[in-house]
Design a protein around this ligand. Structure first.
Ligand SMILES: [Zn+2]
Length: 200
């Protein structure tokens, strides 16, 4: 809420260099050539750029709650990847950790996917949740063993047979993406692609 007030008062300082006039100025916007594509396990992952310079600064600003930075990042991602999203694809965001969610007051991952979805005209499904340690504590040992990954599919009937594209902010090793893909595939989804803001 405080951040929203700040955005109203100071609407457009570049998240990369701080100059006035744009949330991410032309000089700080990563060039189209910075877009990258990487194979992680069985996933074809596309990113708007590398996690450094102004793109990194803008992502960090978004994570700290600057929603205007998120709008610009979503637009950048849409510009770079929308054309490659299949007509059948449904976007599923990697869920944000609940602790970070509480600190920030909004789910930046879900918001990014929704903005990308509206720009690329693709539906968004919040089909995953994090298995938090609180939930694990109440389970029996057998139940914990069954819950191998860190994510669970919460909408099995909606993802079965559906082609899903995962959406996340920054990818490092890719283990989170693979974990999410595995949870969806166990429910019958077809997951071969992910789009992210940046590769670390
Ligand atoms: Zn700038």
């Amino acid at each position: 809420m405080f951040e929203s007030v700040l955005e109203l008062l100071f609407p457009a300082a570049c998240a990369g260099c701080g100059c006035a006039g744009a949330v991410l100025c032309a000089a700080c916007t990563p060039p189209a050539g910075a877009a990258a594509r990487l194979q992680i396990g069985w996933l074809d992952v596309r990113a708007a750029g590398r996690y450094d310079g102004a793109l990194r600064t803008a992502i960090l600003a978004y994570k700290r709650g600057r929603r205007d930075a998120g709008n610009v990042l979503a637009a950048l991602l849409a510009e770079r990847v929308a054309a490659d999203l299949g007509a059948e694809a449904v976007l599923v965001p990697v869920p944000t950790a609940t602790k970070r969610l509480r600190e920030r007051g909004f789910d930046q991952g879900a918001r990014l996917a929704q903005q990308l979805g509206s720009r690329a005209n693709r539906p968004v499904l919040l089909a995953l949740r994090r298995r938090d340690s609180d939930a694990q504590r109440g389970r029996s040992r057998i139940e914990r063993l069954h819950a191998r990954g860190h994510f669970a599919c919460v909408a099995p009937e909606l993802v079965a047979g559906v082609r899903i594209v995962l959406v996340d902010d920054v990818v490092t090793t890719g283990s989170t993406l693979l974990d999410c893909a595995a949870a969806l595939q166990e429910c019958g989804a077809f997951v071969r692609e992910a789009v992210v803001l940046a590769f670390a």
